[in-house]
Ligand binder design. Structure first.
Ligand code: SAM
Length: 230
């Protein structure tokens, strides 16, 4: 089959079907094709092994909204929820391209296989020296990280609203003024998980200090100012 944009949906469906059947090697190969079609050629070249892709359909927004960060010396990123490292690898390949850029990845890695995949994929990037992996619950780890020191924070951990709200408030204090905070799964909803309940409350309370850059399945905010009183 030719790799054309029209075939994107077919490759995505094939990857899903293979993963459901436990055929992870084939799923990974289809996901590499999907990434190639979306302009992420390093995914195939470096042989990343992903079994699920919740990320790559957002690449156009990440390209557009993070272009000012590309190659920026000393760029410091934080990710809550890394899974197999797809968003981390994308950031390393496309945004954190300066030798002095870095990313801290926080995940509970409940499943050892997922953690092995993360380690494998990060080693394939060739930029593993830029990655600081911290295993643990975000509510504990985020409290240990330095305040106002990250340029970019991606929140994609727990989807339970109370957890999302806590992650948002803790991450806000870790973000530099001028930094960008991204929430995933704004429109995701199950009977027990509804990130938008938390994100809406956060946006309302922090509205005078944030600029909304994009609001869809993912929400991109820029931090305009500190809040008086802390
Ligand atoms: C949707 S996945 C992340 C996907 C990843 N960003 C990507 O691009 O593929 C969510 C991840 O969050 C992690 N997670 C869930 N609850 C967490 C918590 N309370 N603290 C830290 N990580 C958590 C899970 O282990 C899982 O790996």
């Amino acid at each position: 089959m030719n790799i054309t944009p029209e075939n994107l949906k077919i490759y995505e469906d094939l990857a899903l079907t293979c993963a459901k059947q436990g055929n992870f090697e084939e799923a990974a190969a289809y996901i590499q094709q999907v990434h190639t079609l979306r302009g992420w050629h390093q995914s195939k070249e470096k042989g990343y092994q992903f079994t699920a892709d919740w990320f790559s359909w957002h690449i156009p927004n990440w390209e557009r909204l993070l272009k000012g960060f590309v190659g920026y010396p000393g760029l410091n990123a934080l990710e809550v929820g890394s899974f197999e490292g797809m968003s981390t690898c994308y950031l390393l390949d496309h945004i954190l391209t300066s030798q002095t850029a870095s990313i801290t990845c926080v995940d509970i890695f409940e499943n050892m296989l997922v953690e092995h995949s993360f380690d494998f994929n990060i080693s394939q990037t060739g930029s593993q020296n830029k990655v600081n992996k911290i295993v643990g619950q975000s509510k504990k780890i985020l409290r240990m990280l330095p305040l106002e020191s990250y340029d970019l924070i991606y929140i994609d951990g727990s989807h339970i609203a109370t957890d999302v709200l806590r992650d948002a408030v803790l991450c806000w204090d870790l973000l530099k003024v001028g930094g960008i905070l991204i929430f995933d799964d704004y429109e995701y909803e199950t009977p027990i998980e509804k990130p938008s309940d938390a994100i809406d409350v956060f946006l309302e309370i922090f509205s005078s200090h944030t600029e909304i850059l994009e609001k869809g399945w993912q929400v991109f905010l820029s931090k305009k100012s500190f809040i008086k009183g802390g």
